[in-house]
Design a protein. Structure first.
Lengths: 141, 166
């Protein structure tokens, strides 16, 4: 199966992205961050989680390049970064597109095989066949 | 002509992705199309203008296969080994692209289930990468990810978040 366009460089990054996204809290954090940047305290508030626990999740997201911290020494606001997410999503989309294109062609191929083997619903009836001449089994390819 | 069929994607356990698709043909025919090089070369071409000049296989447990796709002078190869072959219902094989973008070998289990002359093909893909080992492909990940991504894409389109980083 063929996937277009991703080389070795992307593999490690995709690993990190998928691992980061595997956790529901981290997905919730990302969903919150797309509404705008916030401080860790603000971020932790709706999660009923300690700030250190949130910070731990943030570190995973940061390593995957999914979030970045601002330079403001006081707040160090957290913001979402879409690059790796786009890449991971594009990778899955690519896989899906490849399979869809392949399977559409397989549909067509199966139809022609069915017709060739006399399995199609509207295959010619055997009425016109001369009597006493049994159908010869077709040699399969 | 058969109506267009939907490919479904789901996560199974913590490291598998499963793709499912129905075909309007008995499974013996689908199995044949999956395991005959001359037939594979007619459909396993991916999107957009690739050909498959090399399609060789030794269809038995322990047997290897080699596929090469070509487009505009660029070759992309994949090799693998068959682990199980149970005609016409099950094939298990490993595969790896020459450019190892999946981070190691992938284990692929193909099953064919026939009902009333129609066949449901399911393709379960297990990644050998660290992501898979760490249980990255958890239930709901795909949906969660695409939801989040869709939202991000919307907001980007509306100019609500910047594209670049810190």
């Amino acid at each position: 199966m063929e996937i277009s366009g991703y080389g070795q460089r992307a593999a490690g990054r995709l690993d990190a992205t998928f691992a980061a996204l595997a956790d529901p809290t981290r997905r919730a954090i990302l969903a919150r961050l797309v509404r705008g940047e916030v401080s860790v305290t603000e971020l932790a508030a709706p999660f009923e989680m300690s700030q250190p626990a949130i910070s731990k999740h943030l570190k995973v997201l940061e390593r995957a390049g999914l979030v970045a911290r601002g330079r403001d020494a006081q707040r160090r606001p957290v913001r979402a970064q879409v690059g790796p997410l786009t890449e991971a999503s594009a990778w899955l989309d690519g896989y899906r597109r490849t399979l869809e294109a392949n399977f559409a062609r397989l549909d067509t191929l199966l139809e022609s095989l069915k017709t060739a083997r006399g399995l199609a619903p509207r295959a010619p009836s055997q009425r016109g066949r001369p009597p006493g001449r049994p159908r010869r089994p077709r040699k399969d390819t | 002509m058969p109506s267009p069929r939907t490919l479904t994607v789901e996560t199974i356990g913590d490291r598998d992705l499963r793709f499912t698709r129905e075909f309007d043909a008995p499974r013996a025919l689908v199995f044949e199309a999956l395991t005959t090089p001359a037939l594979l070369q007619r459909w396993m071409l991916g999107p957009g203008g690739w050909t498959m000049p090399v399609c060789e296989m030794e269809l038995k447990p322990g047997g290897t296969f080699r596929y090469v796709w070509r487009k505009g002078g660029k070759d992309m190869g994949m090799s693998g080994t068959f682990r199980e072959i149970v005609p016409p219902e099950r094939i298990v094989h490993t595969e790896i692209f020459d450019e190892d973008w999946t981070g190691g070998e992938t284990l692929v289990t193909t099953t064919l289930h026939e009902e009333k002359g129609r066949t449901t093909l399911s393709l379960t893909v297990r990644y050998g990468s660290t992501a898979a080992r760490e249980g990255a492909l958890k239930t709901g990940m795909v949906d969660g990810m695409s939801d989040t991504y869709d939202r991000l894409a919307d907001m980007m389109a509306r100019g609500e978040i910047a594209r670049a980083g810190a």
